[in-house]
Design a protein around this ligand. Structure first.
Ligand SMILES: Cc1cc2nc3c(=O)[nH]c(=O)nc-3n(C[C@H](O)[C@H](O)[C@H](O)COP(=O)(O)OP(=O)(O)OC[C@H]3O[C@@H](n4cnc5c(N)ncnc54)[C@H](O)[C@@H]3O)c2cc1C
Length: 322
């Protein structure tokens, strides 16, 4: 097995063009497990760790963040947690400190597992994936078009993931995950919600409850139409209906981690809870000032405590297992 070690992004793209079968390695937390278990035996590994550009992130002129594929979960939490709270919450649930110190959202995207925890927040936030090949240059792929099937993505064999692009949170974001214990566990199912008050809409992402991570589009449309963005009043039936619509968007399977019926039920519960938490956060700071300002919600510190028994929260917020 050849071990290719490009020093620059240009060299990495050249190497991938010459050897499309070469398997990229970033943190190696998926790749090395696959090699150890003989899931695959590629002719070549393409180690991206010397490509410094992949480990950088920047605030771009259009206001979006461009986060290199090699930024680890640990750095994402520490450096971008205030701007990407939903993704940071998801990152906190990934593996263990060791895995978070090596693993990356880029690798999560490369693996494209339906259970990957990075995907639901990227979908909810409307992120785009920047991929590049030596032959055709850069392509920007909306997250919802990136996932094609179980562990299959829109990435071509000669392409590499350069970064993901997303706006800093404009409102509360939540990620919630059900697992059989609190750490080192693959999600039984997960759900991400991002409120976009300036646009009076919400984004969603479902994980581990369909062949690919996916949005709950009907549930998003329901929120855009029914949420009372002027007064903040939350009709008690609304989160429940939102949960039902979110569950309707899932198409889970029975497997060792859970039954399809349980997953559908759990997605409904997670959707209901995340909406209640986010809506409460949004209005905790008081009413908004004008039709286009949106409510002035505070963005909760990622992974920080949610005050138990907050008024208006019918279900005591608590951390999901995961
Ligand atoms: C003990 C353990 C616990 C885990 N827990 C979780 C968890 O809770 N949640 C979760 O989501 N995942 C979990 N994982 C899986 C893994 O840590 C994540 O998927 C992580 O995001 C992978 O990132 P990485 O940088 O290590 O990727 P790598 O292993 O380096 O690569 C993963 C895949 O992406 C490809 N790839 C990497 N970089 C690029 C690039 N720039 N361009 C194109 N393709 C690329 C690789 O070829 C490979 O197919 C766990 C793994 C272990 C071993």
């Amino acid at each position: 097995m050849d071990f290719l070690r490009p020093a620059t992004w240009a060299e990495a793209l050249e190497a991938k063009a010459e050897r499309p079968g070469a398997v990229p390695v970033q943190g190696g937390t998926d790749v090395m497990v696959e090699l150890n278990f003989d899931v695959r035996r590629p002719d070549a590994l393409l180690d991206l760790n010397r490509v410094a550009a992949l480990g950088e992130w920047s605030a771009e002129e259009d206001g979006r963040l461009r986060v290199g594929a090699g930024v680890t979960y640990a750095r994402l939490i520490a450096e971008l947690g205030d701007r990407l709270p939903g993704l940071a919450q998801a990152a906190r649930t990934v593996g263990s400190p060791q895995i978070r110190n090596r693993g990356t959202v880029g690798g999560n995207l490369g693996a494209a597992s339906p259970a990957g925890d990075g995907h639901p927040p990227l979908l909810a936030a409307g992120a785009e994936i920047e991929v590049e090949s030596a032959a055709r240059g850069v392509r920007m792929i909306p997250a919802e078009e990136f996932y094609l099937g179980v562990k299959r993505s829109a990435l071509e064999p000669d392409e590499l993931i350069r970064a993901f692009w997303t706006r800093p949170a404009g409102g509360p974001q939540y990620f919630s995950k059900v697992g059989t214990r609190n750490a080192m566990v693959i999600a039984v199912c997960s759900f991400a919600l991002a409120l976009h008050p300036a646009e009076r809409r919400a984004g969603t992402g479902i994980g581990s409850a369909a062949p690919t991570p996916r949005r709950a589009v009907a549930a998003e449309e329901f929120l855009a139409a029914e949420l009372d963005w002027d007064t903040g009043r939350l009709d008690p039936g609304l989160p429940r209906r939102f949960g039902e619509l979110a569950a309707g968007a899932a198409s889970p399977i029975d497997d060792v981690r859970g039954t399809a019926a349980y997953r559908r039920h759990a997605v409904a519960v997670l959707a209901r809870r995340t909406l209640t938490w986010a809506w409460h956060d949004l209005w905790a700071a008081g009413p908004h000032e004008g039709p286009h300002d949106g409510p002035r919600g505070r963005v909760r510190r990622p992974g920080g405590p949610v005050a138990p028994g907050d008024p208006g929260d019918p279900e005591k917020p608590r951390r999901e297992a995961g």
